[in-house]
Each structure stands twice: as C-alpha cells, then as structure tokens.
Design a protein around this ligand. Structure first.
Ligand code: NAD
Length: 456
C-alpha cells in the first residue's frame, strides 16, 4: 500500500497490506484474547485506556505531523483532533463504570430481578479517515472498556494513524490479541464481513455502509452505521450580529476543508438579512489562507483524496449549468497537491447536486428564503439526517423549528460540533445507532436478565 501526502503528492511510505489469511488469523487471536480481557476488572481496563490517553497527549506533536502528512489537515487542526479525542476518552473513563454496573430491576420477598451487561465479543471497527482519532475513539474505547476485543480497520487514507493507535494501545497495556489494526482498503475490509465476528461498527459513506449492512444482516449480530450527511443551517431574520453569524457559519462549512460528516453543507437565509449575511460570508471565506497544511496560519489545506476533486468539479459544472451564481472559487487550484478553491454558490435550488449530494469538500450553496416555513421544508428535503442548525436570537423560534427537524442532532446557534455528553447518530441515509454518551457505552454490551427465586 502506498501512502501519499495529499499536499505534495509524494509517496511517503509503502506498507505491506494484510491478506485474507492474516486477517483471519488476527481475528482468531482476538477471539482468544477477548476471553482473558473480559475477566479483567473494569477498573483495570479503564486504567489502560487512561494510560493510552496520556500517551496520545504526550506525543501530540509527532502524531499530529503523521496525521497531517496523510490526510492533509492543517497541523493545528490535527492537534485539536487529538486533544478532542482525549476529552472524549475522559468522558468514557468517568462514566463507563456506572453505566455498565449491575442494576436491580425488582426485588421482593424471595425474588430478585437484575440486569448485567456483557461484552459483545470481538467487534469490527471499520473506520473513516476524516477524523480518525475522533471517530475511532467513539468505538474502540467504549468497546475495550466493556471487555470486547477490537479488529480495527482504519481507512486506507489514514493507515499510519491507525498503526500509531495500535502501537500506543499496546504500550498502554492493551494486549496485542485484544486490539489489532489491519492494513488495506475496501477489499480487506470486505474480508471482515465474512468472518464470525460479534458486531460491526462502521463509520463512512452511505454507499459502503449500505453494502456492509446487507452483508452482515444474515449474521444477526449488532451493526451500527455512522454515515454521511447533507447538513442544513437556517439563519433567521431574528439575528443582530450578522458578522459573527457569517464567521461561525463559514467555519462550520469550511473547517477541515468541509470534510466533516456534520459540516454545514447548505445554508438558507431569511430574505431580510440575506444580502448582509452573504457579503460578510464571502468576505470571511475570501480571507481564508490556503496552502501547505504544515505552514502557520493555513486554514484550507488539500483534500485528503484526489478523487474528490472530480466530485466537486462535477457539482460546480452542474450548478452553473442549472443557473447558480458562482460567488467565489469554483476550481482545482493551480498547484501541486489535491487543492480545491473554497467555493460559494448563490441562486441555488434543490435541482442542483450542490444542494442535495454530500460534497465533503470546501463548497457551499446559500439559498434565500421568504420565511422559516420555507426553510423547514427545504431543510427536510433530503434523504440524510445527521444534524440541523438553526440560528436565531429567539429561543422559542428555535424550539418550534427544532421539533420539526428529523435529524439525529439539532443545534441552536452552533454547528459542526460533537459532544460526548449526548448521543451521536443519524437518521435515514445518515445511519442508525448511537455512539457517545450512555447510549454509546451500552452499544458495546448485551444486557443479560437474571430472574432469581429463592427456594425455601
Ligand atoms: P468510505 O465508505 O469510503 O470508507 C470507510 C471505510 O470502509 C474505510 O475503512 C474503507 O476501507 C472501508 N471499506 C470500503 N469498502 C468496503 C467494503 N466493501 N467492505 C468493508 N469495508 C469497506 O468512507 P470514507 O471516505 O472513509 O469516509 C467519508 C464518509 O464518512 C463521509 O460520507 C462522511 O460523512 C462519513 N462520516 C460519518 C461520520 C459520522 O459520525 N456519521 C463520521 C465521519 C465520517
């Protein structure tokens, strides 16, 4: 496998890929290792995870450099991601024990009904490259704490990071037969689907997720899907600080070069403030500094994958052909690397791909709406349902509109954020199941009911 730096297009490393045999062998080892791991105390497992988090933070500069070299995100964003991952781990360290504690359901003379939580066994964590630490820890940390073994399949675009995670977990005391990272692309991931594993936790595109779900269905094991989105934002006329709003919206759309599952992908603005918002938005985006992700101050680096340049170009051509107005950008940058200009469209509608298909890049469509009801109809006109953001200074307006959204998350005056305190998951084509919070800990265990009667 060739690892390519998306900024320089140079091959930075060549690695041997796993094979069907090596993957099968790894899963056999994990199956044995899991049994020993499960009987360790939860305190011990938590202590190993805590150590892993310390090792991550202790090596943050080197790990950020590796992440940036393979996915192209600015160094400061790589470091932010690792710090964010440590924060999420802290949540799991502080909350797993009480969530997984045995619970008495009912007690009376001569009868006890209780529930305990047992690990699933060996689970597959097939993961994405855009936030490999964050989306990784959502799965493998609670899985390990609950006593599962994990076969981790990082994306082929973040393999070096996947191998670092494996190394640090081992250094932290998670045995090699409890966590294994495998190297390869989709074909190697596919091998996992035919092995007798006990759960499949996938983060990635709807297309791959739907394939995996179908393959796994016949096994009757747990399957969770964290997929893409086409997340909308509504900007109500009940706003006074338009400059701040435009800056926040632009960051939500362009952070990590738009390659976030919950990036703002389409914006609807009330006609009363549309012009002012648009001016500030375009001004903000044109001030973004593009360049090598290792240079100070750079906000827009290269895309991680060369192929996405074609997806974005296609959206641009489609939008222009259907009458959209290009306000900014619109093409691949004239330089080495997979760089695309930050792109803003107006005069858009839902006949255009830019308003309906996940872009996963630095491109946004802004549509003027007459009122909030029109905004709600447009926001809901999608097969996806990850997040929806509503900006208004009127909380009642937010609550009225927020209730009408069918996405997994609704945001009030914020966007493009994930918190470990609440469940993370989508509806419709954005997937099903939850990671994070209490729900995201329980996802990795099966409840066992004990109904116990005392014989005299
Ligand atoms: P992808 O679907 O291309 O790949 C995801 C993983 O699946 C990779 O590890 C890949 O090697 C593997 N894979 C590919 N084909 C496979 C197959 N046939 N069988 C088994 N495994 C296979 O997605 P990606 O490009 O890595 O990630 C981007 C997508 O992920 C976007 O749509 C984004 O929105 C989504 N995402 C969602 C969340 C979320 O929390 N909802 C978080 C991050 C990313």
């Amino acid at each position: 496998m060739k690892i390519i730096n998306p900024s320089t297009e140079e091959i930075i490393k060549e690695l041997p890929e796993d094979t069907a045999e090596s993957v099968q062998l790894a899963c056999k080892d994990l199956s044995k290792g899991q049994k020993d791991w499960e009987i360790q105390s939860i305190d011990y497992r938590i202590s190993r995870v805590k150590k892993f988090s310390e090792l991550l933070l202790g090596d943050i500069d080197r790990l950020s450099a590796i992440l940036t070299s393979e996915v192209g995100k600015p160094l400061v964003q790589s470091a932010n991601e690792i710090k964010g991952a440590a924060e999420r781990i802290r949540y799991f360290i502080e909350n797993s024990k009480w969530v997984l504690a045995e619970r008495i359901g009912h007690k009376e003379q001569g009868l006890v009904e209780k529930v305990t939580f047992e690990p699933l066994g060996v689970i597959a964590n097939i993961s994405a490259w855009n936030y490999p630490y964050l989306v990784g820890v959502n799965v493998f940390i609670p899985a390990l704490i609950a006593g599962n073994a994990v076969v981790y399949k990082p994306s082929e675009f973040s393999t070096l990071t996947g191998l670092e995670i494996e190394k640090l977990l081992q250094e932290a005391g998670v045995p090699a037969d409890v966590f294994r990272s495998i190297v390869g692309g989709g074909e190697i991931g596919k091998i996992l689907l035919n092995l007798p594993l006990d759960g499949y936790f996938f983060t990635g595109s709807n297309k791959t997720g739907s394939f995996i779900y179908q393959q796994v269905a016949k096994k009757m094991v747990t399957c969770q899907m964290e997929l893409g989105g086409k997340d909308p934002m509504y900007v109500s006329e009940r706003n006074s600080n338009i400059l701040l709003l435009a800056q926040t919206a632009a960051e939500g759309a362009f952070y990590n070069n738009g390659q976030s599952c919950c990036a703002v992908e389409r914006i609807y603005v009330h006609t009363e403030i549309y012009k002012e918002f648009l001016d500030e938005f375009v001004k903000e985006v044109s001030n973004y500094i593009s360049g090598s992700p290792t240079d100070d101050g750079v906000f827009i680096g290269p895309l991680a994958r060369e192929g996405q340049l074609d997806v974005l170009t296609n959206q641009v051509l489609d939008a222009i052909e259907k009458g959209a107005k290009l306000e900014l950008g619109g093409k691949r940058m004239d330089r080495t690397g997979f760089y695309f200009e930050p792109t803003v469209f107006t005069n858009v509608n839902h006949m255009m791909l830019v308003m309906t298909e996940e872009s996963f890049g630095p491109i946004i469509g802004i549509q003027e709406v007459k009122n909030s009801q029109e905004a709600v109809e447009l926001m809901k006109d999608t097969e996806y349902g990850l997040t929806s953001a509503i900006y208004t200074e009127d909380r009642k307006e937010f609550e009225f509109l927020g209730k009408q959204m069918s996405s997994g998350t609704v945001y009030w005056n914020c966007c493009d954020r994930v918190s470990a305190n609440v469940p993370w998951g989508g509806t419709g084509n954005s997937g099903f199941g939850s990671t994070l919070s209490e729900e995201g800990i329980k996802a990795f265990v099966k409840p066992k009911a004990w109904q116990m009667k005392y014989m005299k």
